[in-house]
Every structure is written in structure tokens, then in C-alpha cells.
Design a protein around this ligand. Sequence first.
Ligand code: DX5
Length: 228
Amino acid sequence: MPVAPQPTLVASVLPADFANLGAQLQELDKAGLDRVQWDVMDGRFVPNLTFGPDVIASTRGLVGLGFEAHLMVEDPDPMLPRWVEAGCEIVIVHAEASTHLHRTLARIAELGARAGVALNPATPLSAVHHVLDLVDLLLVMTVDPGFGGQRYLASMEPKIAAARAEIDRRGLDIELEVDGGIDGSTIAAASAAGAGVFCAGSALFAGAGTFTDRVAALRTAATTGAAA
Ligand code: DX5
């Protein structure tokens, strides 16, 4: 019986207490997480507005956690170097926001970061078939991006399963991540559909117990889902 791979758990910092961001990141660092996701929003690609590379850079030296930048921005190209310089090892752009996606993804790799591409719920997997050989990470959004605390869209599970099948069919080394409404119950369903990386915000920052308790609960639920 093949052993299900260990899930990768990523914390969205969107729900964090920004008045104590450094301390919260240090708590997350001790809680057994694998990475932090910086939800970068420009108020154009999504209605919300968050932070720039200087905020990320100011926290880089505080924790050992990996940083991924999820760029929910129109035209990500001009600022690509800044996210890498800020300490992000993964830079994720939206297929819907990049006019020349091959060029954008190749640029991220040239900068020394791992390249990720994200799909909004309304965007079919076919939108990235032509660039899967260029990415290290595929992010399937399970909410319309822009805000935390939204309801998980179970209707994305066929897309997750199709992405897993396509990655495996081509034998590609791509992390398949889901993001939006991920909690103790939805993580099992997303895992069963084929996701291996789970980004959670509200489920990590709110709820019973400590960060460590909530990370452990999510990890268990994801593993249970994978074994399903
Ligand atoms: C949504 C962000 C998500 C969000 C996750 O635009 O990309 O990362 O913060 O938060 P929850 O887990 O609360 O849906």
C-alpha cells in the first residue's frame, strides 16, 4: 500500500494581527508549518489591498519558514525582482493577470525563485496546459480571491483531480496547492481530490487551541483525506 505523501501546510498571513506581524510569524514558525503565503493584493485584480515587498522583507530575518508570494495583482512583471529580493522562494502569478505567461514564469526562474501559477475558480485548467512544463507549483483557488473567511468551493474538486491527473500523466514535479476556505473538513476533500499543499488562513488563526494544535489537526485531516 503506497504511503500517502505528507501534506505541505501553508499559512496565509491575511488574517494575522498586522500590529504584531513579526510575533505572529514567530508563533507560526514554532507551530510546525511548512511555509507562509503573502497574499499580495493591488485593489485592481482583486478588490482588496494588502502589502508590498518592504513588509515581507521586514519579517524575513525573523523566521526560518519558507515564503511564497501570491500575486493577486494586474501585470505582475515590473515588480517580480522585488518579491525575490524580499525573501520569497516561490512567486505565484495568476494566469488571468499575465499577458505573456511564458515570459513571466521564465523570468521568475531567471530570478532564482520557484515559479507558481494560480487559477481563479472560473478559469479552466486548460488555461495553463501550455505552461505546466515551466512551473514548480500550480495553485487552484477554492474561493474567488481577495478576502479570507470565504466558503470553500467544492465545485473545484474536479479541477483539482484533473490537475493531479495531468501532472502525473506528464510526470511533472509540480506542487498542487489549494487555497480558500481550507479547514478541518474541506482539507480532507481537497486532499482526496489530489491536492498536496494546503493554504489556510481563518482555520489557522481562529478556532480552538493553539497554532500548534490547529496545524496538527489540519495535518491529520489532510493525511486522512489522502488515504481515502
Ligand atoms: C484569498 C487568499 C487566501 C485567503 C485564505 O484571496 O488568497 O489565501 O487568505 O483565507 P481562508 O483560509 O480564511 O479562506
